[in-house]
Design a protein around this ligand. Structure first.
Ligand code: ZN
Length: 477
């Protein structure tokens, strides 16, 4: 049994055209004008709507213990909320504790996701220590478990963070394995000093969170991460880039023909640091790392997206309740669990405030939401585009649907929204994953456990990630 999506406007990273799309056996089997349904086909009328490849969120934290709390969405609630927003795949972070074997942490994350995820998922592995077994484990993760991207933290000194020597080791080893290293780039020493200084002066309010990690801290970390990747002669992907200081490092490296990639998030494009001055403890809602920046930084990020210096928009979804979790830091901003929700709102926000306001084109929207994430992380062209033979992960997006974001009507399992009261125009109406409708008329109709784990293949040594992904497109389908 297939599904025929009629009368929509197909949008990929490069093209826009009116066509019907037919899917069967989980993949796209036909794209064309006036396609006729086969017997028993389900017909979806997409008149007036866009048909996008399913969006991929390459930065999520589901069911993650952090800073003494466990965040509020598991793989069921998190992927349902994401699907309702038009996301059809996530790459979540396996985060081993200091000293924990990476493979043991991987088993734990498989157990968290299995039976719960409503769409397909992959994992990045965080390398939080360089214990004696790690080198062997990296090899097995790439070759036996299909994990080809690794996360490193320069920040979170004494917890998840590793030092420069360890980071270099990870870069050298992942290079030889054809895997990609991703970096949370903030200088931990400076954050540690500034935090202690503020606390010693009795400055405990959430507004000191951004002041303890100003943009220079991220700029320096980004510079160092890029420099080390140069020493290791490998690619690097900077996660959640927020500010001009960090951006100029990426721009310069790309100008030197380096394979340096960067991601940003809707909150850094749309929210600014004045929110930390909110009444009472309200600012804690926005405590995440790196923190929100200035309006001038937001403008720079939009330009960087438009011009290809930033390749992806992900959410860094990591939701903690305001009541009971964020409040752990009532008397000490450094004890506020870092992170915020956002997994459901990415498409509607970026469509409304990016595409409709003329900051990025519709093709660029698809590129940064779906196509580049798939290419960079080894899922393309099975995911991330609309092509014959690709997985039928599709979003019928209704640009006339408008509304207001509220925590009450959101589907994430957390007691607030970063975007409370924000208007949007344009939302996912129907969502398909491998040809199955999982969202119909904006309602979730899928099944927890439908999602499958996606193994990814390493890339040949020395190939630039994005170019290589394009070359593979012809051989894979
Ligand atoms: Zn994160």
């Amino acid at each position: 049994v297939g599904v025929l999506i009629k009368n929509g406007e197909v949008v990929t990273a490069t093209d826009r055209y009116h066509a019907d799309v037919r899917v069967a056996d989980g993949v796209i089997v036909a794209i064309g004008r006036d396609l006729k349904p086969e017997p028993f086909d389900r017909v979806v009328d997409a008149s007036g709507c866009f048909v996008f490849p399913g969006a991929i969120d390459v930065h999520t934290h589901l069911d993650m213990p952090f800073m003494g709390a466990t965040n509020k969405d598991d793989f069921r609630t998190g992927t349902i909320a994401a699907a309702l927003g038009g996301t059809t795949g996530v790459i979540d972070f396996v985060i081993p504790e200091k000293g924990q074997p990476l493979l043991e942490a991987l088993d734990l994350w498989h157990a968290k996701a299995r039976g719960k995820a409503v769409f397909d998922y992959a994992f990045h592995m965080a390398v939080t220590h360089m214990g004696p077994t790690v080198k062997d484990e990296l090899h097995r993760l790439v070759h036996d478990h299909g994990i080809t991207s690794f996360k490193t933290f320069m920040a979170y000194k004494g917890a998840l963070g590793i030092d420069d020597g360890e980071l270099l080791d990870v870069m050298l080893q992942t290079r030889d394995l054809g895997a990609l290293v991703t970096v949370h780039a903030e200088n931990p020493e400076v954050i540690d000093r500034l935090t202690r200084r503020f606390l010693a002066e009795g400055k405990t309010h959430p507004k000191y969170h951004p002041l303890s990690r100003p943009s220079g801290v991220e700029g320096e970390g980004t510079h160092r991460a890029i420099a080390l990747s140069g020493v290791a002669d490998t690619s690097v992907y900077i996660v959640h880039l927020t500010c001009r200081e960090a951006l100029s490092e990426v721009v310069r490296a790309r100008g030197d023909f380096r394979d340096v990639m960067a991601e940003t998030c809707p909150q850094y494009l749309l929210l600014d640091d004045s929110l930390y001055d909110g009444p009472g403890f309200e600012g804690a809602k926005y405590v995440m790392s790196p923190p929100l920046r200035s309006k001038a930084d937001q403008e720079a990020l939009w330009h960087a997206l438009e011009h290809g210096f930033i390749q992806t928009i992900a959410t860094d979804h990591c939701p903690f309740d305001f009541e009971g979790q964020k409040t752990m830091g009532t008397n000490d901003f450094s004890k506020i669990p870092n992170g915020a929700p956002g997994i459901e709102d990415r498409l509607k926000l970026i469509y409304t405030y990016g595409v409709r306001e003329g900051r990025i084109s519709l093709n660029k929207f698809v590129e940064v939401m779906a196509t580049n994430p798939a290419k960079i992380f080894g899922l393309y062209p099975r995911k991330g585009t609309i092509a014959i033979g690709a997985d039928a992960d599709l979003v019928v997006f209704d640009p006339t649907h408008s509304g207001v974001i509220t925590a009450r009507e959101s589907h994430h399992n957390v007691d607030y929204s970063l975007f409370e009261g924000w208007r949007y125009q344009g939302a996912a109406a129907q969502v398909l994953v491998r040809g199955e409708l999982i969202v119909e008329d904006g309602q979730f109709v899928g099944e927890p456990g439908f999602g499958r784990y996606l193994k990814r293949a390493p890339m040949p040594r020395g190939q630039k990630r994005m170019l290589m992904a394009e070359a593979q497109a012809h051989t894979h389908l």
